[in-house]
Design a protein around this ligand. Structure first.
Ligand code: ZN
Length: 578
């Protein structure tokens, strides 16, 4: 099965990348190949591939992982450059399996910050991708030697990595090889956390989820990508060991995190400090961090929870995150990328050339000193077909509506739709076995929720259809989210909308919106009634409410994922009511 995650148990079974063909449409037209080419070029340009050949080392301590994530993407799409990169990294592997370009002189001397095990995690996921997409190869052999080395060194000491990631990878390698030691190694890494296993640091042990044991935690906290990768591994461990209590626990952690620590876009990570989750209800739109990689990690976690439980709610969250964080990451041309994804940008960004040293800045950058996000998008988009649908003995379950041809067990269904622009979709049976098959479709929460099911002995050519309500809607925040009180946002279908400043838009800091009239669809954009307040500053911005002159205007909103593609701009999702 050529899918990034193939659990041994659980309610739903994933389909492989090769079982789903994405046709032209939102998912199928993402610039996947361009992103892979772009990452390949930049990894060469900044010397991160040459690090493996003994050249003077360049890049941060985790730069090896960017090469591996790119290789994982290449493995899913059968890119021939995978073999070339495999030869490059193989030259740096030592005889006992050790492989890292930064720490060879001082192995495992800095588990808090060194990222050695984290890098193995991405390496192993790339090898798993090759094994599943192509039945094995040189990379997969190299990966098993590296994983065996990790087990040899870490099985009986107390070490863990400052950045969780290897846990998910080891469990997936176990799923491919059935070698128990990989599962056991992952279990020990997970159980050691919070005992504590790492030194205390300035950001506190919660930063790397070493503050309390996984089984005692109530919510995701600390560095968002770390927390979400760890949670993904905990789901995997619970499924492989049949530990229902552990699965229930991570579901409760997820529920509280989604209910209290997640932005409207699905973005996770409220704080720039430590790239971390905030406290409950701490969700400022302008200071939101929402790393693109945290969106990828959340999408991976939601998918695992969907497979484990069959609960369509997880696919709802995956959808929100996909359209409004992951899709926002790359520019429409696939050649520049956001690292942070705030819901308000007050000052238009400055165009940078070359490698940007900053995570934020209000504009996408071609490459950054920390360029984890582009390669994470590359591997996610390359494997995207595997996220669309699942199969069981009874039939086929479609979780995300996008044009596609889906095949499972002799049952072939073609999906025709213009989502997310139109709510109509037709599911056409191209081929069906001569027995009862249940075709099911998740109906998103925004369309009323639930599942549509059609159960019958199908004939080729039969079709069923749905028409989801695509009326734009006003959305209000929970009043406990202090930073958003008095504001509204607009959604349509799975898309969150935002106001962006270029063109003839009124200044976004002086806008209030009038919610008495429904938002109106104009092409791919939305228009709402608004008031423009006078620009006069008071010498002191507090005191009795000032009376201000206002002028009625129309405000245009575009899908959030599209923002920042039209030059430097200010932007906001949440609009004050007035
Ligand atoms: Zn990132």
């Amino acid at each position: 099965m050529d899918s990034p995650v193939v659990p041994s148990g659980g309610v739903l079974t994933p389909l492989g990348v090769s079982s789903v063909r994405l046709n032209p449409g939102f998912w199928g037209s993402l610039p996947t190949e361009t992103i892979i080419d772009h990452c390949y070029e930049w990894i060469g340009r900044v010397g991160w591939a040459a690090n493996f050949t003994g050249a003077a080392r360049r890049g941060r301590e985790f730069s090896d992982s960017e090469v591996y994530k790119l290789m994982e993407g290449m493995a899913w799409v059968h890119d021939p450059r995978l073999d070339e990169l495999t030869s490059v990294i193989a030259a740096a592997q030592q005889s006992d399996g050790y492989l890292n370009t930064k720490w060879g002189h001082a192995r495992y001397s800095d588990l808090e910050w060194g990222h050695e095990l984290y890098c193995y995690g991405h390496l192993i996921q790339a090898g798993v991708a090759q094994a599943r997409a192509s039945g094995g190869g040189e990379l997969f052999e190299l990966v098993k030697r590296a994983a065996d080395h990790v087990c040899d060194v870490f099985m009986n000491n107390r070490g863990v990595c400052g950045h969780p990631e290897i846990e998910m990878a080891l469990i997936e390698l176990y799923r491919v090889t059935r070698a128990e030691r990989y599962l056991e190694m992952a279990r020990r890494f997970i159980d050691r956390r919070g005992t504590p296993a790492l030194a205390d640091i300035e950001l506190g042990r919660a930063y790397f989820q070493d503050d309390v044991p996984v089984r005692k935690a109530e919510v995701f906290r600390g560095h968002a990508v770390r927390a979400l990768y760890l949670a993904g591994a905990v789901v995997d461990l619970a499924v492989e060991t049949g530990d229902r209590d552990l699965l229930d626990l991570v579901e409760r952690q997820w529920e509280r995190t989604v209910a209290r620590r997640t932005h409207l876009t699905g973005g996770m990570g409220s704080r720039h400090n430590g790239e971390s989750f905030g406290e409950d209800w701490e969700l400022p739109p302008d200071r939101a961090y929402n790393e693109t990689c945290a969106g990828v990690a959340s999408f991976m976690l939601s998918h695992r929870l969907l497979l484990a439980t069959g609960n369509r709610r997880y696919a709802d969250q995956a959808e929100r995150t996909f359209y409004n964080v992951i899709a926002a990451g790359p520019a429409l041309d696939g050649r520049s990328f956001f690292y942070t994804n705030p819901l308000q940008v007050r000052v238009a960004g400055e165009v940078t050339s070359g490698v940007s040293p900053r995570a934020d800045g209000g504009l996408r950058a071609s490459w950054r000193a920390v360029s984890c996000c582009p390669t994470n998008l590359a591997r996610t988009f390359a494997a995207l077909p595997a996220y669309v649908a699942t199969g069981t003995d009874a039939g086929l379950q479609i979780h995300h509506l996008t044009p596609a041809r889906i095949e499972h067990d002799g049952f072939v269904v073609e999906v025709d739709t213009e989502m997310p622009w139109q709510g109509a979709a037709t599911l056409r049976v191209l081929r069906a076995p001569d027995r009862l098959r249940v075709l099911s479709l998740r109906l998103p929460m925004w369309a009323g929720g639930g599942t549509a099911e059609w159960s019958r002995v199908w004939a080729a050519g039969e079709e069923v259809s749905v028409d989801l309500r695509m009326t734009p809607r006003w959305v209000e925040p929970d009043p406990r989210i202090d930073a958003l009180r008095g504001c509204v946002a607009v959604e349509r279908g799975p898309l969150v909308y935002c106001a962006e400043s270029p063109g003839d838009q009124p200044p976004l800091t002086r806008i209030t919106v009038d919610t008495s009239r429904a938002p109106e669809v104009v092409d791919e954009e939305i228009e709402v009634d608004a008031h423009l307040t006078s620009a006069d500053d008071r010498p002191w911005p507090y005191g009795p409410r000032a009376r201000t002159e206002t002028e009625a205007v129309r405000l245009r909103l575009r899908p959030y994922y599209q923002w920042g593609n039209h030059g430097p701009a200010t932007m906001r999702v949440w609009l004050p009511q007035g």
